[in-house]
Design a protein around this ligand. Structure first.
Ligand SMILES: [Zn+2]
Length: 361
C-alpha cells in the first residue's frame, strides 16, 4: 500500500489516500477507511515517468491519482506508461529510419549500377545521327596531331586494305555509315577503335602486325560490331557520370563538349565492358560467317598477332590485344560459332576461303 493523492475529476479537492493493487484492479481508500474506490488496472492511463515530477494515473471517469515518483511499483504498468510507449515508438522509428537509409543507399547504388547505364543506352539509342557524327568529328580532330599522326603506310598497302575493307563492308547488311582511316599512333601502339561518327581508326602498327587479309578483316568485323552497337557512345555516356546524363535528359547539350573530350581518355585508360565485347564478337561472328569466313578467325588473328610480334609486346605495343584478352570463355564462344558455321557450310568448298587465313597456329 502506497500513499497517493486522489482527485475525483469533479472538484479540485485533493484527497490523501492509500493505494494498492489487487490482481487486475487498482484500489485506493481514505486513511480512515470512510471511502474506497477501485478501477480496472487496464483502464488507467499512467503518465510519463519523468524524474522529479509526480506520477499521474489518469482514470477513465476523469479523475486522477498522484503518486510520488519513486513509490510506484515498476510492475504495475509494465511497458504501458507513455514514456515507454514513446521509447517503443522511437525504437520502431529508428529502425524505420535505418531501413530508409538502407533503401536510399541501395537505390543510389542501383541508379549508378543499372539506372545510369540504362539511361545512357536510351540516350545513345535516340541520339540524332548528326550529333554522333559531330562528336566523332570533334574527338577525331582532338586526337589528330596529338595521338593520331599521319599514316606512314604505303599508298599501295592502304588502297589494298581499303578495298578489302569495302568489299567486306558492302556485304554486311544493316551497318551505319562507316569509313576506315589509318594513322601512325605510337602512343596507343597496335590498336583499332570505332568512333561515334562511323570512323574506324586503324593504327599503322596494327596494320603491319596483322598476318594477312583474313586477320585484318576479322579485326575490322569486331570493330564493326562496336560501331553497329554504338558502343563508344554508350561507354562514354556511362562513364561521363550522372550529371551529364541528367543534363542531356533535360536537354542541356552543352555538356557534350566534355563528353567529346572523354573519348581520348577512354582510349588511353579504359576499355569496353565485357558485355560490349561479347556483343561485338557476336556481330563479328555473324558478319564473318555471312561472308564465308570461319568466325573463329578473330581469335586466330589475335593469337597470330601475339605470336608473330614479340617486338610489340609491352604496355603500349599490342594495346589492342591487351584490351581484348583471349580468355577461355571468348575462345569457347568463337569455337561454338565456328562449329555452327561449318555445320551450315556442310563441308562445301566455300569454307576454305575462311580457313586459309584463320587457322594459322
Ligand atoms: Zn572490342
Amino acid at each position: 500500500m502506497i500513499p497517493a493523492v486522489y482527485f475525483d475529476g469533479c472538484s479540485s479537492r485533493a484527497t490523501p489516500v492509500s493505494l494498492w493493487r489487487e490482481e487486475g484492479t487498482l484500489r485506493w481508500r481514505t486513511p480512515e477507511r470512510s471511502h474506497e474506490w477501485s478501477a480496472p488496472l487496464d483502464s488507467v492511463e499512467p503518465s510519463a515517468r519523468v524524474a522529479g515530477v509526480p506520477f499521474v494515473l489518469r482514470l477513465a471517469d476523469g479523475g486522477h491519482l498522484q503518486v510520488d515518483h519513486d513509490l510506484l511499483p515498476a510492475d504495475w504498468f509494465p511497458r504501458h506508461h507513455r514514456l515507454e510507449q514513446l521509447v517503443d515508438w522511437l525504437e520502431r522509428r529508428w529502425i524505420a529510419a535505418l531501413v530508409g537509409v538502407v533503401v536510399v543507399v541501395a537505390s543510389l547504388l542501383g541508379l549508378f549500377e543499372y539506372g545510369l547505364p540504362w539511361a545512357a543506352d536510351r540516350i545513345a539509342a535516340h541520339m540524332p545521327q548528326a550529333l554522333e557524327t559531330s562528336m566523332g568529328k570533334q574527338s577525331l580532330a582532338a586526337l589528330e596531331g596529338r595521338i593520331l599522326l599521319p599514316t606512314r603506310l604505303g599508298p599501295d598497302r592502304q588502297s589494298h586494305l581499303q578495298s578489302v575493307f569495302w568489299h567486306f563492308v558492302n556485304g554486311v547488311p544493316g551497318l551505319p555509315a562507316v569509313r576506315l582511316r589509318f594513322y601512325l599512333a605510337p602512343a596507343i601502339g597496335a590498336n583499332a577503335f570505332a568512333l561515334p561518327d562511323g570512323t574506324i581508326v586503324f593504327t599503322d602498327a596494327l596494320a603491319r602486325a596483322v598476318p594477312d587479309d583474313q586477320a585484318f578483316i576479322a579485326v575490322i568485323a569486331h570493330e564493326l560490331g562496336h560501331q553497329a552497337g554504338h558502343h563508344m557512345m554508350r561507354q562514354v555516356l556511362r562513364s561521363s557520370g550522372v550529371f551529364i546524363v541528367a543534363g542531356m535528359l533535360m536537354g542541356d547539350v552543352t555538356s557534350l563538349g566534355g563528353m567529346s573530350a572523354s573519348i581520348p581518355v577512354f582510349l588511353v585508360d579504359s576499355h569496353y565492358t565485357r558485355r560490349f565485347e561479347q556483343d561485338a564478337d557476336d556481330f563479328a561472328f555473324r558478319a564473318l560467317a555471312s561472308q564465308g569466313i570461319d568466325p573463329v578467325a578473330f581469335v586466330h588473328a589475335m593469337q597470330a598477332l601475339e605470336k608473330a610480334h614479340p617486338e610489340l609486346q609491352g604496355a603500349k605495343g599490342l594495346r589492342y590485344i591487351s584490351s581484348h584478352p583471349l580468355d577461355e570463355e571468348r575462345i569457347a564462344r568463337a569455337n561454338a560459332a565456328s562449329r555452327a558455321f561449318r555445320a551450315a557450310q556442310g563441308g562445301s568448298g566455300v569454307a576454305g576461303a575462311g580457313d586459309a587465313g584463320a587457322t594459322q597456329e
